[in-house]
Write a protein that binds this ligand. Structure first.
Ligand code: MLT
Length: 272
């Protein structure tokens, strides 16, 4: 696995890459977009188990990891733009796009603007709907928390929601790793992400026009985007397959990587 960087205009996009050897023609490309408030690092278990012949890319969304914070107003479109810039720079015409939670919101933005980049979809622990008025109020509180207490305050608030109740006490190393990733975030990148999510449009109306193969994954104990959200996605995306990951909360790919990777590998095997 290697960390790489591209620069397009003012935008530097950092990403992790694993899988098919440089120079080989991959069977396909999988581009993964991470959750809030993490980075490409959360996809290590998927990069380390890249299915044979697949080129797996995990992007640091703008402001996270090694990617620069956009100069533009906060919008998920900036995240979709970075995904497009990365694919263009690597001459990837279309890829399987996988997003977990906020990464899923970014994937809906990409689908809205440039569906031609998407050959298949993996939507994990995410939802198509916009924030409810109550969720927007909570975002305002999170914005204040990020300004006042920085990443440490956000980590205290988010950790119990990200991991399943069974994972928190049982996997202290995992909890510490996620906490360390959150602590890398700056208040500015947290604010940009929170505002972008708070203002995101409802993507429900776009679901019926999705024509590509779609895998939906959700942790059985996901408290932030529960199984009902995943079922709603499955109902509205023609032919979508739903896999429920047992013993996992919101970060299903991190909490139960073997189960998550098995479902992903089965799906990818049908995409060539
Ligand atoms: C995430 O995991 O990306 C966020 O919790 C999503 C959200 O807050 O809506």
């Amino acid at each position: 696995m290697v960390r790489k960087q591209i620069t397009v205009g003012h935008r530097s996009v950092s990403y992790l890459e694993a899988g098919s050897a440089p120079g080989d023609r991959p069977r396909g490309v999988l581009l993964l977009a991470h959750a809030f408030p993490l980075s490409a690092e959360m996809w290590r278990p998927q990069l380390e188990a890249a299915p044979h012949g697949w080129r797996v890319l995990a992007i640091d969304l703008p402001g996270f990891g090694g990617s620069t914070l956009p100069l533009a107003a906060p919008s998920l479109d900036e995240y979709a733009g970075a995904m497009i810039d990365l694919m263009d720079a690597l001459h990837v015409g279309a890829a399987v796009i996988g997003g977990l939670s906020m990464g899923g919101y970014a994937t809906f933005a990409l689908l809205r603007h440039a569906p031609q980049y998407v050959s298949a979809l993996v939507l994990a622990d995410t939802r198509a709907t916009a924030d409810t008025p109550e969720a927007r109020l909570n975002r305002q509180k999170m914005l204040e928390l990020a300004r006042r207490d920085g990443a440490a305050g956000v980590a205290d608030e988010m950790l119990p929601k990200l991991l399943a109740p069974s994972t928190l006490p049982d996997q202290p190393a995992l909890r510490d790793r996620i906490r360390a990733l959150i602590l890398e975030c700056t208040p500015e990148s947290l604010g940009f992400a929170i505002t972008s999510m708070m203002n995101r449009p409802d993507s429900t109306g776009d679901l019926a026009s999705i024509r590509c193969p779609t895998l939906i994954l959700v942790g059985a104990e996901d408290a932030l985007t529960p199984i009902s959200d995943a079922e709603a996605l499955q109902r509205q995306i023609a032919g979508a397959v739903l896999e429920i990951i047992s013993d996992a909360g919101h970060l299903s790919s991190v909490e139960q990587p073997q189960r998550f990777n098995a479902a992903l590998a089965k799906f990818l095997a049908n995409q060539v």
